[in-house]
Every structure is written in structure tokens, then in C-alpha cells.
Design a protein around this ligand. Structure first.
Ligand code: CMP
Length: 156
């Protein structure tokens, strides 16, 4: 079957080219009905959504996703919280996306985040900080591959 005219399908490595990042809307923000407002803010910030799904992590999947934090004291609680309900996963596109998105969403701790940032508006504490954003291009590539198949990522 030929690709449709509006969706070129590429490999994850081609797609995650330094101008893309992976975000998650975390369970509490989803439960509180904040998917719409958060996506709206993301788009107002000039980030283009090129892949997106509503999904749920098992505890074991959350452990794999956050494996980099496995020695940290908050690891188990974080994995429990991240697997307690549905999340939204999305790949966002913008120049210098990883850094731009981390600046845009605000500090990891919502109490220290700009009041108008996503974490300032919708996060409640360090763990339940509304959204995740990849912290490097390499991790963005790994995290995009964790959630998306190549055919689910759409470039112009
Ligand atoms: P996130 O961007 O998803 O990446 C790792 C997560 O670990 C982070 O957001 C926070 O939710 C969580 N986290 C980081 N530091 C702490 C901490 N000191 N206590 C509890 N959770 C933390």
C-alpha cells in the first residue's frame, strides 16, 4: 500500500532529528480533565503535534520508561503514580524542541514553575507535575520509540 499524500512515514531515527521531543500528560492531569487546556497551551507555544495517543503504562512499563531514575528514592512511587491511570503521549516538533519545551513547561517542581507555565498551572507537586518532557535528543529518540511505531509519526 502506498503512503497517503499527507503522511510520509519515516524511521524513528530520521524523525527524531533534534527538532522533536516526547511529552507525556501525566495521570492526574488527565483525570482532572486537563488534556484539552494542556494541548492548547502546547500548540499556542508553537509546538506541532506529529504523533499522539491516549494510553496507559503498566507498572513494569513505567519502570522501564523511568529506568534512568531507578536508584532514586522516588522511583517506585513515581512508577506507581505513572501507571495509575491513562496518560497522553505525544511527539512535538519545533526548532531546538527538547530545550524549548523544557523551558516552556516550567521547573520540575510546580511550586518553582512560572505561574503561567503548564506545570505552574496544572501541576501540584514534584511527582504530579502535569507533564514530562525529554531531557536530551538521545532520550527523545528512545522515548519516542517507547511509545510510537514509525507508522504513527506524521511529518509534513
Ligand atoms: P519528569 O519530567 O516526568 O521526569 C522524571 C520525574 O521524576 C519528574 O518529572 C518528576 O515527576 C519526578 N521527580 C523528580 N525529582 C523528584 C523528587 N525529588 N521527588 C519526587 N519525584 C521527583
Amino acid at each position: 500500500m502506498k503512503n497517503s499524500s499527507f503522511a510520509k512515514v519515516n524511521t524513528i531515527n530520521q524523525v527524531m532529528n533534534g527538532n522533536r521531543t516526547l511529552t507525556l500528560i501525566k495521570p492526574k492531569a488527565v483525570k482532572e480533565g486537563n488534556i484539552g487546556p494542556i494541548l492548547n497551551k502546547i500548540q499556542e507555544g508553537g509546538f506541532r503535534i506529529i504523533a499522539m495517543k491516549l494510553t496507559r503504562l503498566s507498572f513494569i512499563e513505567a519502570q522501564k520508561f523511568y529506568a534512568v531514575h531507578k536508584e532514586r528514592p522516588f522511583y517506585e512511587n513515581l512508577c506507581r503514580f505513572m501507571s495509575e491511570g491513562p496518560i497522553v503521549a505525544a511527539i512535538l516538533e519545533k526548532d531546538n524542541a527538547v530545550e524549548a519545551y523544557r523551558d516552556f513547561i516550567g521547573s520540575t517542581n510546580p511550586e518553582e514553575a512560572d505561574e503561567e507555565s503548564i506545570r505552574g498551572l496544572y501541576g501540584t507537586d514534584l511527582q504530579q507535575n502535569a507533564v514530562h518532557g525529554s531531557d536530551s535528543d538521545d532520550n527523545a529518540r528512545i522515548e519516542a520509540g517507547f511509545f510510537f511505531a514509525e507508522r504513527e509519526i506524521f511529518t509534513a
